[in-house]
Design a protein around this ligand. Structure first.
Ligand SMILES: Cc1cc2nc3c(=O)[nH]c(=O)nc-3n(C[C@H](O)[C@H](O)[C@H](O)COP(=O)(O)OP(=O)(O)OC[C@H]3O[C@@H](n4cnc5c(N)ncnc54)[C@H](O)[C@@H]3O)c2cc1C
Length: 383
């Protein structure tokens, strides 16, 4: 056998799985299709508990200049509420690069510019076909366990379950990076819940530091089964007026998924010795508005399940499913509460007003309990 564990994808879930697998003494290879450091369209915002999930503190130089200290939430009727909440704010390029590096330092082997092409299951191992396009090289490796951490266009999952993905696009997001002035607080995350501006989750504004070390306003939104550009145009024009945003768009960033976000079995953890983690497992949560926490948790837990299965000669999928049960339950429950269940902004307004108070209290309570929980037992927020 070449490796105990092979991981496709060098994002949050892949690098976290690789680092923990190596720490458990498993011979591990993880590959990333892009040359690293690579860009990844993402708001790059997480709660403080993310460091506990990763099991390591994020170095200051991997974070944006402004860290976020408050959330400003806007309801469809224009009412707004603010609350203090500390959040990590980073760009995925430096952040994921750091995760790649610390996984290698823990002992995992890493190849960038390397595409996982296909996986063939044998009785007690898997044959993985890898392609290095620049070198025009195709080669095979053998690994006992495989982890698919290829994100929202999941490579291995689409091979095993073609019904879960389409050849086109099922949804996407758009971000504009603006160089200029605005009547906005760079330490706040602005969330706009409004069906005219996005049907997947809230539309957003926040401040971000790009590679040049300068700070930019980011205005963006997302949607499922729709033309995101239309939502983005409407949202951007409204925000320009509301906050006197005055500057040039220096970067436009889009992202598309081919997964059906409304499918009943979107959350799928794998088969036999092949485990799905992060977005590839369908764990992105549009109600919570995040996915990096469940990506890190699932990567870490997948590594633990493999270490356990190896030691005890037990089914890895059974162990992984058991350890993931709270996260999968929460994600599936939230999927049923996604924005598309509201037919109008009036309905969304009533729903938000009736749940906000309870949600806020639960959030404070679970955030407090999380301080005493271990990295793998963190309760995903908002609850
Ligand atoms: C616009 C936007 C904003 C978001 N904002 C937030 C946020 O603020 N906070 C938050 O928590 N979450 C956010 N999310 C969700 C978050 O980005 C994802 O949940 C998270 O990145 C999932 O991590 P992952 O490791 O599963 O996948 P990814 O981070 O997507 O990593 C997958 C990796 O696999 C690689 N890959 C793909 N195919 C192959 C292949 N065949 N071979 C080798 N490598 C391959 C990809 O290049 C990629 O690097 C946002 C998402 C979007 C689209």
């Amino acid at each position: 056998m070449d490796y105990d564990v092979f991981i496709a994808g060098g994002g949050i879930a892949g690098s976290t799985a690789a680092r923990f697998a190596a720490k458990y003494g498993l011979k591990t290879l993880f590959v990333e299709r892009h040359k690293t450091p690579r860009n990844k369209p993402c708001s790059g915002i997480q709660f403080g508990y993310f460091e506990k999930m990763l099991g390591v503190k994020v170095p200051r130089e991997r974070l944006c200049n402004y860290q976020l200290k408050k959330i400003k939430l806007h309801l469809p009727d224009g009412k707004s509420f603010g609350s203090k909440f500390h959040m990590l704010n980073f760009m995925r390029k430096p952040f994921d690069d750091w995760l790649n590096i610390i996984a290698q330092k823990a002992g995992a082997e890493f190849l960038d510019d390397c595409i996982c092409q296909k996986v063939e299951e044998k009785d007690d191992y898997n044959i993985i076909t890898l392609v290095k396009p620049k070198q025009k090289e195709t080669f095979e490796i053998k690994a006992k366990y495989v982890i698919d951490a290829t994100g929202l266009r999941p490579k291995i999952r689409s091979q095993l379950r073609p019904q879960d993905t389409s050849s086109g696009s099922e949804g996407g997001t758009l971000n504009y990076y603006i160089d200029g002035e605005a009547d906005l607080d760079p330490e706040a995350l602005y969330q706009f819940w409004n069906l005219d501006w996005g049907n997947a989750m809230f539309a957003w504004i926040y401040n971000k530091t790009l590679d040049d070390g300068k700070d930019y306003w980011v205005v963006g939104t997302g949607g499922n089964n729709i033309d995101v550009q239309e939502y983005q145009d409407r949202f951007y024009n409204a925000m320009k007026e509301k906050y006197n945003i005055n500057g040039n768009i220096v970067k436009r960033e889009g992202y598309k998924t081919n997964m059906d976000m409304y499918a009943k079995d979107r959350v799928w953890l794998g088969q036999n010795r092949i485990l799905m983690v992060g977005d590839a497992a369908g764990l992105i949560d549009q109600v919570r508005g995040v996915g990096m926490d469940s990506a890190a948790m699932s990567g870490r837990i997948a590594a633990r399940a493999i270490a356990y299965a190896e030691k005890k000669n037990k089914s890895v999928l059974e162990k992984y499913t058991k350890l993931m049960s709270r996260i999968t339950r929460q994600t599936i429950r939230n999927q049923q509460r996604e924005l598309n269940v509201h037919k109008s902004n009036e309905e969304l307004q009533i729903y938000m007003e009736s749940t906000m108070m309870k949600m806020g209290l639960k959030m404070v309570f679970q955030a407090l309990l999380n301080k005493f929980r271990s990295g793998e037992k963190q309760y995903l927020l908002p609850p």
